[in-house]
Design a protein around this ligand. Structure first.
Ligand SMILES: Nc1nc2c(ncn2[C@@H]2O[C@H](COP(=O)(O)OP(=O)(O)OP(=O)(O)O)[C@@H](O)[C@H]2O)c(=O)[nH]1
Ligand SMILES: [Mg+2]
Ligand SMILES: [Zn+2]
Length: 357
């Protein structure tokens, strides 16, 4: 093997990234990847082509359908793979959409980090299918089961270097499936950080009792991650989303009013973590605290993707809902900033203490 060894975020195999290997470009007309040999190209033409091209993963285990990674995936620092874990309808997709949108509004600028798409096609699809719909006040549909690929792959550049960051957002139903061979949860084997998403309850939604004594998606993911080598050292965050429902409930209200933070302050993150812990404990959602017990570094945050509850569209089908006052994401980047601090993308004495006991 002469190439750089990288772990594929989709099939979780370790692959050797050979220099000069053929790349593929997306053929829009025929909706398929087309292989292009690059060795005969002048270096500048090759670099330009590779920026927009893909490489098929060799998937040495032969256990995953054909999949492609950005051709420049291995040209940067150690890739980050961030997985979202949570029950169906807990709010994963809305949170990820609000996060990615905020990243592109320079939301990480205060931390010296800029972002660019690494997988342009995936990025455009994510923007068209999620971000635009969300910005128009529409609710996003539940994620289909069987999703195996990353929702988006960005390149984050900061003072400590540039790293590809893949975000995985699969269906909560798949995350509650104990079948280890479920293809949709394979990303867990290659994940480098996890956002555990707990949706805070709608206080008016009393008709449907929720069994808070268990959180199946958290439980199954934690057990699988702990079985990985060094699994307990994976950076983890617990995001209590839909916290707009807690905007008059102390101490969540105090955190929500702060808006987005501009610094990494380990003591402040510890204080918020303590408040989230107390809140989950108080509402009997102790099962959602399992990641905090399982992982050596874990930060907890109150966030809101939409800023308010979705309401049925007037006179329409009651199942069709929207956010009548638009969307006002609050603190959606705090979980990501904690992960970036715990993974060394944000460096410094404060960052090193984030999530530490
Ligand atoms: N009040 C409030 N409601 C939210 C928020 N985020 C999501 N919701 C509501 O929660 C519902 C489910 O959100 P999703 O993001 O689709 O949840 P999910 O975890 O991706 O669900 P699956 O894809 O089925 O696993 C949405 O239809 C919204 O109505 C939020 O920040 N505040
Ligand atoms: Mg979803
Ligand atoms: Zn692969």
């Amino acid at each position: 093997m002469t190439g750089r060894a990288v772990r594929c975020p989709v099939c979780a195999d370790r692959i050797s990234w050979e220099p000069g290997a053929p790349v593929s470009v997306w053929d829009v007309e025929n909706s398929r990847y087309e292989t292009v040999r690059v060795t005969a190209l002048a270096p500048e033409k090759r670099a330009d082509l590779e920026r927009l091209a893909y490489r098929q993963c060799p998937n040495p285990s032969g256990d995953t359908a054909a999949h492609y990674l950005p051709a420049t995936y291995a040209d940067h620092g150690e890739p980050l793979v961030i997985g979202l874990v949570g029950a169906p309808a807990s709010g994963k997709t809305h949170l990820l959409t609000a996060m990615i949108r905020q990243i592109h509004l320079d939301g990480l600028g205060a931390h010296g980090i800029t972002a660019a798409p690494l997988d342009f096609r995936r990025h455009r699809d994510f923007h068209d299918d999620y971000v635009r719909k969300f910005e128009a006040g529409g609710t996003l549909s539940g994620t289909d089961t069987g999703v195996v690929e990353a929702a988006d792959i960005l390149l984050l550049r900061g003072p400590t270097g540039a790293r590809p960051v893949s975000f995985f957002d699969v269906a909560g139903e798949d995350l509650e499936d104990p079948e280890a061979r479920n293809r949709a949860t394979k990303f867990l084997a290659g994940t480098t950080a996890v956002v555990f998403v707990h949706g805070s309850e709608d206080p008016l939604d009393t008709g449907r009792p929720t069994p808070r004594s268990e959180n199946r998606s958290f439980h199954l993911a934690v057990e699988r991650l702990l079985a990985l080598p060094d699994g307990a050292r994976l950076p983890a965050v617990i995001a209590v989303t839909k916290s707009d429902r807690l905007r008059y409930v102390p101490p969540a209200d105090r955190w929500l009013h702060r808006g987005d933070e501009r610094t990494v302050d380990a003591a402040r993150i510890r204080a918020e973590s303590r408040d989230v812990f107390a809140y989950l404990h108080h509402v009997g959602a102790g099962a959602s605290l399992r990641p905090f017990e399982a992982f050596t570094r874990c930060a907890l945050h109150f966030v809101s993707a939409s800023g308010g509850d979705a309401k049925p569209v007037d006179r329409g089908d009651p199942a069709v809902r929207h956010f009548p006052r638009g969307f006002r994401p609050t603190r959606v980047l705090e979980p990501l900033v904690s992960i970036l601090a715990m993974t060394g993308m944000i460096a410094g004495a404060e960052a090193e203490r984030v999530g530490a006991p």
